[in-house]
Design a binder for this molecule. Structure first.
Ligand SMILES: O=C(O)C(=O)C[C@H](O)C(=O)CO
Ligand SMILES: [Zn+2]
Length: 278
């Protein structure tokens, strides 16, 4: 298991960043590797992002040695989304089978987590978000069918998409984590229209189901001074509370969004008109 550290940056810092510096601060490129569990501990609301791809062996984790607690989830909750083939997650002996696009909520207090794939030919690809939690909620599998869908956008504006809420008060309650998956409709390219800010929550996007030759152009920054990141399949982007977020793909794609902060009010957002962006 690896644990990288990322300290984050403010809007004043970003003014002087070149491309590489911006990517180093906001783009996570090495979450997924065969037979590895890779975490990045961010100082953006202390969100930990992780990836686990069990191919030839099952992968175990759960120690808190890197973060100063007995176990990784002694004072945290976690969402695990399966972006690959069928796999299973065992939490302290309780086994959950995750098909593609299923999400497991793991409540505070879990000690040992083991991840495995049903088949090495099509391994599971587990994407994880973990945030500090001050309350206990039971572990729970949320299947793709149980997620709450929300149809958004307009095909004529190339932003038709279906958002599915998984870890959300109306579907599966948690302490402060929110997690869902958004799919672009065929022929649509733009996510998160209109772009927005949510001062009371940070967010992370993990783009997936993108062809190797395609990229998502993810737009971030203050509305009056935007920046962009060119993002490949399996890469994740940090979106601090001060940053807008929206993106367009050069081919079909989907993304997992995860949020934490002061509240779980999905609609507590400040939209920004595209015409006001610079
Ligand atoms: O396409 C969208 O719109 C989204 O998926 C938006 C994210 O869920 C989001 O930014 C929530 O704040
Ligand atoms: Zn958002």
């Amino acid at each position: 298991m690896t644990m990288k550290l990322l300290y984050g940056a403010g809007p004043q810092d970003v003014k002087g960043y070149d491309t590489q510096r911006l990517r180093d601060a906001f783009l996570l490129s090495d979450l997924f590797a065969d037979d590895q569990v890779n975490f990045t501990y961010t100082h953006v609301d202390r969100l930990i992002l992780g990836g686990a791809v069990p191919v030839t062996t099952s992968l175990g984790f759960g120690s808190g040695a890197e973060i100063g607690t007995p176990y990784l989830l002694s004072a945290r909750e976690m969402g695990i989304a399966n972006l690959g083939g069928t796999g299973s997650i065992e939490v302290d002996g309780q086994r959950f089978t995750l098909e593609n696009r299923d999400v497991l909520y793991v409540g505070r207090g879990a000690r040992q987590i083991n991840a495995s794939s049903l088949s090495a030919e099509r391994p599971a690809r587990f994407y994880m978000n973990s945030v500090p939690a001050g309350a206990d909620f039971p572990h729970r599998l949320i299947t793709r069918r149980e997620a709450k869908p929300l149809d958004l956008g307009d095909a004529r504006r190339s932003n038709r998409r279906r958002l599915a809420m998984y870890i959300h008060p109306e579907v599966a309650p948690s302490c402060l984590l929110l997690m869902g998956i958004t799919d672009l409709a065929e022929g649509s390219a733009w996510n998160t229209m209109p772009p927005h800010l949510h001062e009371r929550r940070m967010e992370a996007y993990c783009y997936f189901d993108l062809s190797p030759e395609d990229r998502v152009i993810h737009v971030m920054g203050r509305p009056e001074e935007t920046r962009h990141l060119i993002v490949a399949d399996g890469e994740a982007v940090l979106s601090p509370a001060w940053s807008i977020h929206m993106g367009a793909g050069t081919g079909p794609y989907a993304f997992v969004w995860g949020m934490t902060g002061e509240n779980q009010e999905y609609n507590d957002v400040a939209p920004v008109a595209v015409a006001d962006l610079k």
